[in-house]
Design a protein around this ligand. Structure first.
Ligand code: IFM
Length: 456
């Protein structure tokens, strides 16, 4: 059976600055919190860092050729705050902006539309030193000022802007109570309220960022946020289990305090009640600032959690993951293809935002790739994963949900944060010694999907 996508469906690939660029001390870039974090003993597997990564800073023309070869027409990448505003606020580094300007021109010449994420976790260390990064409200305004600088410089050629990538990952994974955080800056804080305050500041940064982008853009543009809500999937698609998955959604992975304020203008009341004294301090006017009109929403989805109906206060039960459940090459990467479909549907129905165009801004998997003797990677496991997941995106489109495009994570194997280089998410293999790029079997498979606009 052929699963056909709408004729105007957008196919893309995604990356982020710290994960691929390298060149950490070149052309006036200052350290980011990830440079510092990766030098702290034992934080990153095998003591690795993004110092060189895929050396994309120098090899970007080759990488743009790869994207062209893949046939996608959209490329999502992020700009690095500390390359552009090295101290986090104040003086602009023209050489930092010039790099992204060259990249944008190179993409446009190749017929590829740039989709820019303004923040994918690599905030300036200078702001960590000054006020503890996301612990401070000041971070929100500094982010907005930086966003305005990028948009003013590139907005003549770029019209698609994303404020933040995955708020949970640079707040709740980066600030913890009583244990060591796995993400930078890696700060132990005193209370859960302190943790929630960091994500509240991120939400403010998004709101102020949207305003700054619109004010700085010389042309009409599409402004968006990328979130990675935990996806609740009905165990079976009966009416009662579907309702249970909707009931569970705001309580799952803190969704009610992340995607809810951004898309509905309020924290979910049930989650707030559950948080009690751990809820963040919300100043008057904050929710209005956060709840800016946006033009589309980006969802990063890799997995999901099964839910069934139950006779309890929330009307739902979280189904435990069986020991032998199929996983890809990450402890959290259970294969739940319907998570993409339900992620899209939750936005329309559970969050009541059927008006919002949606892009899957990341989906993909780490596989335990091996190079054959003749230099191939025959990653049929990744193809299996992608095929099953994409079928459910097609289902969402066929049922009329406003899903507009899909960005595969990732173009290249890259620095997978605390996992270093031990996990490969790319559809292109990178030999980190020689920087040789070798498209994997999944690259060829995805190219055919993009060419034919369908999954078989
Ligand atoms: O590599 C990350 C990316 O930076 C953010 N989303 C999830 C990916 C895989 O873990």
């Amino acid at each position: 059976m052929a699963y056909e996508f709408p004729v105007d469906f957008q196919w893309g690939v995604a990356t982020s600055s710290y994960q691929i660029e390298g060149a950490i001390a070149e052309d006036g870039r200052s350290p980011s919190v990830w440079d510092t974090f990766s030098r702290r003993l034992g934080r990153i597997k095998d003591f690795k860092s993004g110092d060189i990564a895929c050396d994309h800073y120098h090899l970007y023309p080759e990488d743009v050729k790869l994207i062209q070869q893949l046939g996608v027409k959209q490329y999502r990448f992020s700009t690095s705050w500390c390359r552009i505003v090295p101290e986090g606020r104040g003086a602009v580094n023209p050489k930092g902006l010039a790099f992204y300007s060259r990249l944008v021109d190179c993409l446009l010449e190749a017929g590829i539309e740039p989709v820019i994420t303004l923040f994918h976790w690599d905030s300036p260390q200078a702001l960590e030193t000054r006020y503890g990064s996301w612990q401070s409200r000041e971070m929100a305004q500094d982010f907005a000022d930086y966003a305005a600088i990028v948009v003013a410089a590139l907005g003549d050629r770029v019209t698609r802007w994303i404020t933040l990538n995955e708020m949970t990952c640079f707040t709740h994974l980066a600030y913890k109570v009583g244990k060591t955080p796995e993400h930078a800056p890696g700060t132990k804080v005193k209370t859960q309220r302190d943790v929630w305050q960091t994500s509240h500041h991120a939400l403010l940064a998004h709101g102020l960022g949207v305003q700054a982008i619109r004010a700085a853009s010389p042309q009409k543009c599409d402004v968006s946020i990328v979130d990675n809500p935990g996806i609740t999937v009905p165990l079976t698609e009966t009416e009662s289990n579907i309702q249970a998955a909707k009931n569970a959604f705001p309580y799952h992975c803190g969704n009610g305090g992340m995607i809810y304020p951004a898309l509905t203008g309020a924290y979910h009341p049930g989650l707030l009640e559950e948080l009690g004294e751990n809820a963040p301090v919300i100043q008057s006017g904050d929710l209005e600032t956060i709840f800016q009109p946006i033009d589309s929403l980006g969802l990063n989805i890799y997995t999901g959690t099964y839910i069934r109906s139950a006779d309890n206060a929330k009307g739902c039960d979280w189904v435990p993951v069986p020991k032998g459940y199929p996983k890809l090459h990450m402890p959290w990467l259970q294969v739940v293809p319907e998570s993409l479909y339900w992620g899209i549907r939750h936005v329309s129905e559970t969050l009541n935002r059927p008006d919002l165009p949606i892009y899957i801004t990341e989906n993909g998997c780490a596989a335990d790739d091996e190079l054959t003797n003749n230099g191939e990677v025959l990653d049929t496991d990744r193809i299996l994963y992608l095929r099953q997941y994409l079928k459910t995106v097609q289902r969402a489109a066929a049922e009329g949900y406003p899903i507009k495009g899909y960005f595969l994570w990732s173009l290249l194997d890259n620095f997978e944060w605390s996992w270093g280089y031990s996990r490969r998410f790319g559809i292109t293999h990178v030999d980190y010694k020689t920087q040789k790029r070798s498209p994997k079997a999944s690259f060829e498979w995805y190219r055919e999907v993009v060419r034919s606009n369908r999954v078989m």
